[in-house]
Design a protein. Structure first.
Length: 393
């Protein structure tokens, strides 16, 4: 089954999310031309994924990958009794799959095409963020907006793409200044970054609230978070930086760490990147060193720690999803928050399927769902804002 260079390049671009409308149309028409084309497309995807170490698309050598994929595909075909036998087998298998899907879920080709177009337009990180001022006033923060406002003697600035920055006229750590708190609310489908008045920088993931003073006063610098945030704390030995989330309390002087403490999850985690962190929860406490993670189980009231690979945990801040043997039921929680969609498992047995891969978060929801289909043996159907996942086995 011949695939010319133009078609192959179009397929590569569609996997990386960079395909032009013309390239997407070419690939779609080729896949729809015959069941054999669709089967070949899926086989190429599996081989390409295996050759390139679980899909790190930003580091792929396209030409080297093409050569390896084509060699493996050629060997697979030669190992069959004949090219015709292979084609017949692929066609039969694809036909059986189409019949099974038709029996399980019925929708017209036109409806599926419309569904795909809608999903292709869903991208994460675009939802508007809300700044809640001390008086309850709400300010919408769009990605490209720029403004400046005065809160007491603190300037609050946002420049396009740079997030909020709180700048005091003088030393903010004063006992004589009344404390006023602001809150950043990042909805599902959003992300945000801000710089606090002491110079601490905070990256906020989807579905996260951060409450903080517009300027720090007294002997400590304290903030509260629900959700997930990455903190790069400005050093100040005289004023420890404290992060609170429910029963969990972290204290640092100057360090960088990740906090994951969503309200709908009983497991809270602190992962240390640099420096040192003291973690207190309930009646327990422990000290973390770089590369260690503290886990607080709210249900059991138990605090534990372990060594971890930090990179996958903080990959969201670098614009990546990095999954390492992650169960599908955990993976879709991240996708749900990032794309602002809900997931429903039609077949409960697929929840434990494990997935490994590194994918850019800038890719569309359709790209992610197609990627899941190709690598984890599940299928999806869209119903409103719900993604239904099911097995075809």
């Amino acid at each position: 089954m011949e695939i010319n260079d133009h078609l192959y390049q179009s397929i590569l671009e569609s996997w990386s999310g960079k395909a032009t409308p013309e390239q997407r149309e070419l690939v779609a028409k080729w896949r729809q031309a015959s069941p054999g084309h669709e089967a070949c497309y899926r086989e190429l995807f599996h081989l390409y994924y295996q050759v390139n170490g679980a899909g790190k698309y930003d580091k792929i050598d396209a030409e080297a990958a093409k050569s390896q994929v084509m060699r493996q595909l050629s060997r697979k075909r030669k190992s069959a009794r004949s090219r015709r036998m292979l084609f017949t087998w692929i066609t039969s298998a694809a036909a059986c799959l189409l019949v099974a899907l038709t029996l399980l879920y019925t929708w017209s080709g036109e409806e599926k095409e419309n569904m795909q177009l809608e999903v292709a337009q869903v991208v994460g990180g675009q939802a508007d963020v809300t700044l809640v001022l001390g008086n309850g006033q709400e300010v919408s923060l769009t990605r490209d907006s720029s403004f400046e406002l005065k809160v007491g003697n603190v300037n609050v600035q946002q420049h396009s793409g740079d997030g909020l920055r709180y700048v005091g006229d003088k030393d903010s750590l004063s006992d004589n200044v009344p404390v006023e708190y602001n809150t950043i609310r990042v909805p599902r489908g959003g992300e945000y970054v801000l710089t606090l008045s002491d110079g601490t920088k905070v990256w906020l993931n989807s579905a996260t609230d951060l409450r903080f003073p517009v300027r720090f006063t007294g002997k400590t610098r304290e903030v509260e978070i629900i959700g997930e945030g990455y903190f790069d704390v400005a050093k100040d030995a005289r004023h420890p930086f404290i992060v609170r989330s429910g029963e969990m309390r972290l204290q640092v002087l100057g360090t960088s760490f990740n906090v994951k403490a969503y309200a709908d999850e009983t497991i809270k985690a602190v992962t240390l990147v640099t420096g040192k962190v003291q973690v207190k929860a309930g009646q327990e406490e422990e000290v973390l060193l770089p590369g260690w993670q503290s886990i607080w189980d709210e249900r059991e009231h138990q605090l534990d720690k372990c060594q971890v690979n930090v990179e996958p945990i903080i990959s969201w801040r670098m614009g990546m999803f990095d999954f390492a043997e992650m169960p599908l039921e955990e993976l879709v929680v991240q996708l749900s928050r990032w794309y602002d969609v809900d997931f429903f498992f039609v077949n409960q047995n697929i929840k434990k399927i494990r997935f490994t891969g590194a994918i850019k978060r800038s890719n569309s929801l359709k790209f992610m769902l197609d990627f899941l289909e190709m690598t984890s043996g599940v299928r999806y159907e869209i119903k409103g804002k719900t993604v239904c996942l099911y097995s075809v086995k």
